[in-house]
Design a protein around this ligand. Structure first.
Ligand code: ZN
Length: 300
């Protein structure tokens, strides 16, 4: 399968382009008044010639230079992991959903749950899926790469431990989990953001763990601010709209900044009406994207 002529040919091409690169560098050196000892950084011919990772000889050549981010893409270079809570077939698969998985604090808890719904039957999993999909579209328009913990709204799981580790497993910078609450008290209303507290005992160095907890706190603040700016009411049950909990595996197992959003009360008639409308869900999505964008800008 090895083709010596192919390999030799490749090196001829490499040598040729190297020489061309050196010539370009030499001319730019002349033109620059000789205050730089070579071609400007970023245009190194060797950087453009990297033939790919080992074992990928047959892969197509990489583009000559990375695309310049267009204006209006404040999230370029950031990967956001979104987690639409629950899943459409969870309710029909109680055994699978009830299996115990690690909770990220040394204990175990159910893989997942069916979630709640409005009195009219609009399910939390469908709401979470729709808001998350809309959020992904807004984030992508701002230049972000977006990865989702589930591919559709028709399946089972994934389990909460998988959702929690998803951000680091998918190479994401941040994790936002989208839910809605189902308090028995129909007068209860308002959204809140949840962060893991105390900082979860993930397998990170203590310093990284502390930095992660601080970044999660910042993210929760930005999300609350953006949701308030969009006209949503924070829950009066939690100071500043932020709840601190130790029992959520989705947050406990995240080695990236992570926030779980309860966007409102599905059994509150007024909030259920907003959640059941496309306009309402788009408003939630725009607010979540705005909060993430503000957080990313503040990371420096
Ligand atoms: Zn939920």
């Amino acid at each position: 399968m090895t083709a010596p002529t192919g390999r030799a040919g490749r090196w001829v091409v490499v040598l040729g382009v190297l020489l061309a690169g050196l010539a370009v560098g030499w001319f730019s050196w002349l033109a620059s008044g000789a205050d730089q000892p070579g071609p400007p950084s970023g245009s190194s011919p060797t950087a453009q010639l990297t033939p790919g990772a080992p074992g990928t000889r047959s892969s197509p050549p990489a583009p000559a230079a990375p695309p310049v981010p267009a204006q209006g893409t404040p999230l370029a270079g950031i990967t956001v992991a979104l987690d639409p809570g629950h899943n459409g077939a969870n309710g029909r698969n109680p055994r699978e959903v009830g299996a115990l998985v690690p909770d990220g604090r040394g204990g175990r808890k159910a893989c997942n749950t069916a979630g709640t719904s409005t009195d009219a039957g609009y399910a939390e999993h469908a709401f979470a899926w729709d808001v998350t999909s809309r959020t992904a579209a807004v984030l992508e328009a701002s230049g972000a790469r977006v990865v989702l913990t589930r591919a559709d709204d028709d399946g089972v799981g994934p389990c909460v431990d998988v959702r929690g580790a998803f951000a680091q497993d998918a190479g994401a910078d941040v994790l936002v989990s989208v839910h809605a609450n189902g308090s028995d008290d129909r007068s209860a209303r308002g959204f809140f953001a949840i962060v893991a507290d105390p900082p979860p005992e993930v397998e990170q160095a203590p310093q990284a763990r502390e930095a992660n907890a601080a970044a999660s706190g910042d993210l929760s603040g930005e999300l609350v601010t953006a949701l308030v700016a969009a006209g949503f009411t924070p829950s009066a049950q939690h100071q500043d709209g932020i709840s601190r909990r130790a029992d959520l595996a989705t947050l406990n197992l995240a080695e990236r900044p992570a926030v779980l959003l309860e966007l409102g009360e599905m059994r509150n008639a007024e909030e259920a009406a907003v959640m059941s409308s496309e306009e309402g869900r788009q408003r939630y999505a725009d607010a979540i994207a705005a909060g993430l964008t503000a957080w990313a800008a503040g990371r420096g």
